[in-house]
Ligand binder design. Structure first.
Ligand SMILES: [Zn+2]
Length: 376
């Protein structure tokens, strides 16, 4: 294992942070996986999975069983790690700018297309390795003026040329679920089986450029940008399978979850040929993919005490009671119904909420939303 340290842009004299990445397996084979945890710095389940991955990847490396480079970034967000406010860890938004740490990753396709244009014009075919080199260059050229921007560039540089990118997150309270591009589903299906995912939410554009899409959707965008620049028909493959893995809820931090989750990730990598001894059989699929535009948040119409009525993972029908908001002053109980048939895959973890809070989320089959599809 090689440990690499990446200094971030220092915001002021006298203070500096660095991102640390752990590299397993042979580099330079052209095959690479990038796994990061806690980009939302207060989401802890991924840290424990990273701990078990670190140990197992070390063993597999010692056995000579790794057939590509595997980059593990256990602490993907050193900026957010330090954001403790009045005793609470605020790891989702950058306190300096208010920006979500998992948004606003650069679209590298326009610059990479510019780099590759002469190649295409000279009549040569662009292969994946050349496209990855152009993406690396485009990433290295990104201008950064803040520590946060330099964090985003550093994370992107570690993952942009990877064949598999797994971004480990968690929800408030949730069953394990995944986010990815619709076109990647055939490649992601084995991961859904191995992790026992209860929902897979797919969208071509979720809005505001989350990390996984910056790594995966860039391939479709690069084909389109190159075609536009050169007038040639360019069809690059979907060369990066990027998935946001939501490891249940924020308090689901236990070895009984993390050990099998780490093992599921390793088996997925084995299935993809990164580790010797691929699983001969995959577990049953626990869900089909549904559109992210069909994931409907149930909003609290007023503040009060939140009483959930259905457990996580429940299959609910439209109109079915999912939660109550209790006002002990007025003596009212407001019943909240599911807006669709689907799986109740995530719930608010606080039990006292203000008006407008997303009380729970239902993965429905029909797309009903448009615009920005992710929560803030
Ligand atoms: Zn997150």
């Amino acid at each position: 294992m090689i440990e690499r340290r990446h200094p971030l842009l220092s915001p002021t004299p006298g203070t500096s942070r660095e991102l640390v990445s752990l590299h397993f397996g042979p580099a330079g084979s052209g095959r690479k996986v990038a796994i990061q945890a806690s980009l939302h710095a207060d989401e802890v389940p991924g840290l424990l999975v990273a701990h078990h991955l670190r140990r197992r990847l070390g063993e597999l490396e010692a056995q000579g069983a790794l057939q590509g480079e595997i980059v593990l970034v256990p602490f993907a967000n050193p900026v957010g790690l330090s954001q403790w406010v009045l005793g609470s860890h605020e790891g989702r938004f950058d306190l300096a700018s208010g920006e979500n740490f998992n948004r606003l990753y650069a679209d590298l396709a326009p610059r990479a297309a510019e780099i590759l244009e002469p190649h295409v014009r000279s009549g040569k075919r662009v292969d994946v390795a050349e496209a990855r080199a152009a993406l690396r260059q485009a990433c290295a050229e990104l201008t950064v003026t803040t520590e946060l921007q330099s964090l985003r560039r550093t994370l992107l540089a570690l993952a942009i040329d990877a064949e598999v990118v797994l971004d480990l997150h968690c929800d408030n309270e949730a069953v394990l679920h995944l986010y990815t591009l619709p076109a990647l589903w055939p490649e992601v299906e084995p991961l859904a089986r191995l992790t026992g995912s209860r929902a897979v939410l797919v969208a071509d554009v979720s809005g505001d450029e989350p990390f996984d899409e910056a790594c995966s959707a860039v391939w479709q965008r690069l084909s389109a940008a190159l075609a536009e620049r050169t007038g040639s028909r360019i069809e690059l493959p979907e060369a990066c399978v990027a998935v946001t893995v939501e490891l249940r809820g924020e308090r689901d931090v236990a070895h009984e979850f993390a050990v099998p989750d780490a093992e599921a990730i390793l088996q997925y990598l084995a299935w993809r040929g990164f580790i010797a001894d691929a699983p001969s059989q995959l577990p049953e699929l626990a869900c089909e993919p549904t559109p992210l535009a069909g994931s409907i948040p149930v909003l609290a119409p007023q503040g009060g005490v939140l009483v959930h009525a259905r457990p996580l993972g429940a299959t609910v029908r439209r109109g079915e009671l999912v939660a109550e908001i209790v006002d002990p002053l007025g003596g009212t109980v407001t019943q909240l119904e599911s807006p669709a048939d689907g799986v109740l895959y995530a719930r608010e973890s606080r039990r006292f909420v203000t008006a407008g809070t997303r009380v729970c989320k239902i993965a429905g089959r029909e797309p009903v939303r448009s615009g920005k599809l992710l929560s803030d």
